[in-house]
Design a binder for this molecule. Structure first.
Ligand SMILES: C[S@@+](CC[C@H](N)C(=O)[O-])C[C@H]1O[C@@H](n2cnc3c(N)ncnc32)[C@H](O)[C@@H]1O
Length: 245
């Protein structure tokens, strides 16, 4: 996991619910996303790492006010954009910490599901159907933090909905993606990215074992050559006026 903070230009060298309450329209989608033991269990488990990453990162950058630091809602008053929010696993966790979360995703089915789930949990999250590229072009809103965690799309031509990674390991135009995230930030805002690193460990465990041996993910989900090394990511961020911490 990496934590990035954007700095101003002049300083630079450069909750689950039962199926009884689930409308039929969502079919298996609800289980795909919100069953903590289902296909998205990895994303649920990752909240234990990525929620503190965002909270502590924002505290470190001084974005969290002193009176909020030790409260149950330390992110109160902060505006966070969750890019590729999917069913809302991370968006909801951040909203529970008090953040005003806007979640965007380009899949209409998951956005509807995310809206429904947030409503069931009395959480006020602004979910919108959009890609980050579109969002950055059309919206002038600026956020205190942009989060893009394990952004995954569909495998074209298959029934399986999750697990074709479209984010840094698969997003073809990584520069455009980072640029669009960057455009949605306030000056001195922070970007939080989590993605598979290009290592032998990823190739052996996350790709070979998970896809070919345990079938946790459909075969072909990840290609090692599309993964990115932290140094490459750092370069992309530096080129878009950000620094890596
Ligand atoms: C596996 S989900 C990750 C969901 C969420 N970030 C989490 O970790 O719980 C990835 C989502 O990213 C969305 N996505 C992929 N590329 C995107 C883009 N360029 N802009 C917005 N959403 C995107 C996909 O539609 C998919 O729902």
């Amino acid at each position: 996991m990496q934590f990035f903070r954007r700095i101003p230009l002049n300083f630079q060298q450069k909750r689950t619910f039962s199926s009884r309450t689930t409308p039929a329209q969502f079919g298996e989608l609800i289980d795909d996303w919100w069953n903590p033991h289902g296909p998205a269990k990895g994303l649920h488990a990752m909240n234990n790492l990525r929620v503190p990453l965002v909270r502590n990162g924002l505290i470190k950058q001084g974005a969290v006010s002193k009176e909020n630091i030790n409260s149950f809602t330390p992110l109160r008053g902060l505006f966070i954009l969750d890019v590729g929010c999917g069913g809302g696993i991370l968006s909801e966790a951040l909203a529970l910490l008090g953040a005003k979360v806007t979640g965007i995703d380009m899949d209409p089915k998951v956005i509807e599901l995310a809206k429904f789930h947030a409503q069931q949990n009395n959480l006020s999250i602004d979910y919108r159907l959009s890609s980050i590229e579109e969002h950055a072009m059309k919206n002038v809103e600026k956020f205190d933090a942009v989060v893009a965690s394990e952004v995954i799309g569909e495998i074209p031509g298959t029934e399986k909905k999750l697990y074709y990674s479209d984010f840094l390991e698969h997003v073809k135009d990584k520069v455009q993606f980072i640029d669009a995230c960057e455009k949605s930030l306030k000056p001195s805002g922070s970007i939080f990215l989590t993605t598979l690193s290009k290592t032998i460990f990823t190739e052996m465990i996350a790709i070979h074992l998970f896809e070919n041996v345990f079938n946790f993910l459909p075969k072909g989900t990840h290609q090692i050559e599309d993964c990115i090394e932290p140094e490459q990511l750092q370069k992309l961020l530096e080129n878009s006026n950000s620094v890596l911490y």
